[in-house]
Design a protein around this ligand. Sequence first.
Ligand code: AMP
Length: 414
Amino acid sequence: MKIDNYNFAGKKAIVRVDFNVPLDENGNVTDDTRIRGALPTLKKILADGGSLIIMSHMGKPKGKVNPKLSLGQIKDVVAQALGAPVEFAPDCANAADQAAALKPGQVLLLENLRFYPEEEGKPVGIDKADPAYEEAKKAMKVAQKDFAKKLASYADVYVNDAFGTAHRKHASTAVIADYFEPDNKMLGYLMEKEVQAVDNILSNIKRPFTAIMGGSKVSTKIGIIENLMDKVDNLILCGGMTYTFAKAMGGNIGTSICENDKLDLALDIMKKAKEKGVNLVLGTDCVAADAFSNDANTQICSAMDIPEGWEGMDAGPESRKAFADAILPAKTILWNGPAGVFEFEKFTDGSRAIADAIVIATKNGAFSLVGGGDSVACVNKFGLADEVSYVSTGGGALLEAIEGKILPGIAAVK
Ligand code: AMP
């Protein structure tokens, strides 16, 4: 079912959203992007004359109640965003009466789902090496189904609008869908947009296609790098990965971040790029620092020849130009992971050069998708989020989708 075609009048809708928002030490929401992201879906349900049961996780309470991660803290922010009063259900597993009492236009927010081990479906308090673990795991899977069934019993219709957790087979993201007929389960608007954006990158490619992969490690990005190798024209690998490649090619990298067990993998990636005719762009120079700090002394040097005691913290001017040259003519662009330690002001230039080039290419008609927590933080920091085509809310989910994996949260409602 498509959300646009569904009339929620008189229905109770249980909606999985991603309200895993950052809070300050007093429990105030410091960034409400994720709440705003879910509004089109939530408002459509209320405007149709439906009632809402909103559920989400927050943080990693690992199956235990943790007041610091209670969704009760964000009740008023959600009410304000929706323009409707919100009631809070402190016990997800015992909210039947509150759900039953909901009238059209009314909203119930459930407590953090991950206070319940059944949500993730992993046994807690037992080690994987314990002989009883397998039994505990089986029992937990049964408990997970019961928990999902309980949640489902509160509503007539299920909507999944939490792309950030779509790669997880949790009670609220996937298992719950088994308890609704095909006509009564669907993706929300945010999910639909995410799916469309991934489709633009995977099957609707306009060329040239430039992907920029940054961040700290090759190992966490290898799946996506291998998948992209068959699709892209230009592949920019930057950030901390640069130094694993530089070392693999025989460079001196000082104290730069490096995965010594991935040197062969780096050479293999270079070989594959050559075989497939992909233009692999690696940083050739860098901004090196004598400490991992914003107050460090810096110098520009070759990424292959970093002095002892210094580490590569950002892309140098020559690399930035090479990155921009590969981005500016592109018609499809994917960016995941910063080009340097952008959290420190001194080392933002590489990521900024990438963001600026993406903005220009987008103005020239490219479809640009920025995703994965840190690159999103980058475009937000630079105030450029509105100048790229799409900023994904998914980190791991986006990477898995682009790797070509089927996401359980999407498969469950289709
Ligand atoms: P990831 O989570 O793998 O996307 O990595 C993001 C992190 O990579 C950010 O926190 C950056 O500070 C870090 N990063 C980027 N470039 C470097 C570098 N040259 N050295 C160390 N960390 C880096």
